[in-house]
Design a protein around this ligand. Structure first.
Ligand SMILES: [Zn+2]
Length: 396
């Protein structure tokens, strides 16, 4: 299929949405801007809706996911084009600066190319379809909220509003020719260790040190090879102990002369293998519970250890022969690029879409050095992403 599209309008649109603040959980303004742009292109207002995901997300969230139905002009299976519209908190106040083939920041904030490049791809795709009256099957657009804080929009999306798409194409990444067909699953855990305070000089034996329980547990984890990058019997994963304190942003223990009575620790596990993922977390649980039994005071009293974990997102790995991947490979070839399939060690909205039963692959569209003040957008990749959007939307 041959088509051209207005690249300067595509860049203008991207500049416009980059200038609208919309950090994770605060997507109301960017949602409105996207709706306004869609209305200006001629998308009927009855086709544009926000779902009620924000009512189910366990963190304050200004608005639901934005879902748009574009009726097909030719018959065919419905496709879903998706992206997330939130940015990381470091993007607050971002001022995008257009250079020759790049968009950069003033160095004080991140830029928000993650993931306004994805929003730009979806908008330019719609604009091109409508302006050039390109024939296309029924299409659903999904702009999710709260991706950055835990993939919540995709997790709690109102599936009935998506109208049963057969395939989904997600835009969130660097290169237009890289097709992400799998991603790790993640669990988060937290442990509360409650010991007993005592004067560390006068009656140290009356105390039960929560910090020492934590230390013994972590020593066990480290010594047995379950910390950081983990390889066991051909299975791989990662783990981390991220936060140690009093659970309220303060330190665990406040004085050198008091046996520490309370420690709160948070960590995570990741793996492509959901069983191994659970094994990693279970190993942490056992280590903390066992360490709790090793330390007691003069009366034989021991610390109380409470360990909780939750699955953040499931891993997935699509076959390179899956029909959705075939569509992706063919689309990348049509824009004259050499496609490659890859997996990622980070979670994606695609993790939840696949868990919802919708085969989903993810493309990039020019993000670079995301989540840093050096973030920049490669406009060549962004425009390739836009081309890809149109090809995916029109291929049968
Ligand atoms: Zn992203």
């Amino acid at each position: 299929m041959k088509f051209t599209f207005d690249t300067s309008k595509a860049v203008d649109r991207l500049m416009k949405i980059l200038a609208v603040e919309g950090t994770t959980g605060k997507e109301k303004k960017i949602g409105k801007t996207i709706v306004q742009l869609l209305r200006e292109m001629g998308v009927a207002s009855k086709s544009i809706r926000f779902d009620n995901a924000s009512e189910n997300i366990p963190l304050p969230t200004e608005t639901g996911n934005l879902i748009v139905d574009l009726p097909g002009t030719i018959p065919g299976p419905r496709i879903l084009l998706m992206t997330h519209m939130d940015t990381v908190p470091l993007c607050a106040g971002a001022v995008p600066i257009l250079e020759k083939n790049k968009i950069v920041t003033n160095g004080k904030t991140a830029l928000g190319g993650d993931n306004r490049t994805g929003c730009g791809v979806l908008l330019t795709t719609v604009a091109t379809l409508l302006e050039q009256k390109l024939p296309h099957p029924p299409i659903t657009l999904l702009f999710t909220v709260r991706e950055e804080s835990g993939l919540f929009g995709a997790r709690f999306v109102d599936l009935s509003l998506l109208k049963n798409p057969e395939f989904a194409f997600n835009f969130d990444g660097k290169f237009a020719h890289e097709i992400t067909i799998g991603a790790v699953g993640g669990e988060r855990w937290e442990v509360e260790i409650t010991g007993l305070a005592a004067h560390a000089g006068v009656h140290p034996d009356h105390g039960i040190s929560a910090t020492m329980v934590a230390a013994l547990a972590m020593e066990e984890i480290y010594r047995t090879g379950w910390f950081g990058k983990i390889i066991k019997d051909g299975k791989e994963g990662t783990s981390n102990v991220g936060v140690i304190g009093n659970g309220k942003g303060g330190s665990a223990g406040e004085a050198t002369n008091v046996v520490t009575d309370y420690v709160h620790i948070r960590g995570e596990s990741r793996s492509f293998d959901v069983k191994f993922l659970k094994t990693i977390t279970q190993t942490y649980r056992n280590a903390f519970l066992e360490a709790g039994k090793k330390i007691s005071n003069h009366q034989g009293k021991k610390a109380k250890v409470q360990f909780h974990s939750r699955l953040d997102y499931r891993p997935f790995h699509l076959s390179e022969k899956a029909p959705v991947v075939a569509k992706g490979l063919s689309a990348v070839e049509q824009i004259q690029r050499q496609p490659i399939c890859r997996t990622t060690n980070g979670g994606l909205d695609a993790n939840w879409m696949v868990a919802h039963g919708i085969p989903t692959i993810t493309f990039g569209a020019g993000q670079n050095e995301i989540h840093t003040v050096k973030e920049w957008i490669d406009l060549n990749e962004f425009l390739h992403g836009c081309q890809l959007g149109v090809v995916l939307a029109t291929q049968s």
